[in-house]
Design a protein around this ligand. Sequence first.
Ligand code: FAD
Ligand code: NAD
Length: 401
Amino acid sequence: NQKPRVVVLGAGYAGMMTTKKLTKLLRPEQAEIVLVNKHNYHYQTTWLHQVAAGTINQNQVRMMISDVIDTKHRVNLIQDSVLEIKKDEKTVVLENGELQYDILVVGLGFESATFGISGMKENAFAIQTIDSSRLIYDHIEYQFSRYKNEEGNKEELLTILVGGSGFTGIEFVGELTESVKKLCRKYDIPRYKARIINVEAAPSILPGFDEELVTYAKSSLEARGVEFRTGTMIKECKEDGFVVGEGEEIKAGTVVWTGGVQANSILGESGFEITKGRVTVNNDLRAPGYRDIFILGDCAWVMDKENDRPYPPNAQNAMQQADTAAQNIASLIYGGPMQEYKFENKGTVASLGGSEAIGTVFDRQLFGKPAKTMKNVVDNRYLFMLGGPGLVLKKGKLSLF
Ligand code: FAD
Ligand code: NAD
């Protein structure tokens, strides 16, 4: 009797935490655990806006998977890219081979959703991976350097245009206020010449979020030089800017799209049914019709039965799902009931650059420094769960106050 093989695709929040839990729930003789990831490192997606703005060293954002998961004795780590899931053959196609599974966990994360906006995919940068994020900062700096070297002082080289003011767009422009200040000093450019413009279709930034917190965020960011164009629909993206509203062009040297995300397209391409960009899974986190496939994190919609709406696709949710998925996998292997997933929303905290932040935690509003401290606590808590106090000391955000 061969032991079952559990294959986890993607080492993001969902994949890392599921793998870690499985190593605790299953003994080596009960199951083989395989983790497949594009890189030999795990990165914190929630810190990528800082990489894109150049306010954090990329190495603080990532860690070797083998430093936090026992890849010598317990988990077989395969560094490769997933190309397709052949679900009826229980096979995953990788760039460099094929892999059979008995139980599959899909945690391949998100990709930028451009909603068919002409030129967006081709011309705008997206905050998606370590590589795509550091490219943004390198580009911004290159534009500042060009400005000092090219004839005609084209001031739009110094403009950074950000499409979308959800949490990603807002956290990113917050970080930009810090880095633009530094770049202006480095390249002897007066600060007023560099512009950070955020464009949002909804009437307000952070649509749907607590009104008082939104007002605080907007005035805090405006005071540090961010310009907002709310109620402004982006219709097209050109190499040098957006076309908005009735044909107005906003020009910039750097154009970044943070207007939405969807599941990794491998799922749709592998024949899973996609609704509004993701796979709607059963409440035990399995793909409809498949007793051996779990889909987690940003690849999935999990419905909140109480109000018939999906839970928010965020890191908090991805991590909590890992618990239920690992328990259910263990039940599949040695028998037991399937658990239903229930998201426990502990709140939302967003940084606004420097020591500024906003948030709601257990229904309490937080502004400024207390919010920033809470944000760092949340970030460090994840590191603690993943690698204990040692990882917090190595990679954590330790300037709490
Ligand atoms: P991910 O964390 O994206 O991980 C996916 C993994 O799959 C990656 O490691 C990737 O390398 C790997 N992968 C992808 N494709 C392949 C392939 N073809 N082959 C092999 N491996 C592959 N949420 C919060 O709750 N709080 C926050 O503060 C917060 N801040 C955010 C800030 C930013 C800038 C962004 C972009 C998002 C933020 N989110 C936040 C949302 C959160 O990051 C996501 O919901 C979360 O990352 C989803 O986790 P995941 O495990 O599904 O995917
Ligand atoms: P989002 O979908 O939340 O926001 C996208 C924004 O772009 C929306 O405000 C939308 O109105 C706007 N938009 C879309 N099309 C547009 C157009 N054509 N013209 C102008 N504006 C347009 O996406 P996101 O901000 O990338 O967030 C993705 C997920 O990650 C969310 O679940 C979010 O909660 C989570 N996240 C959380 C945090 C945090 O908790 N601190 C930080 C970042 C992201």
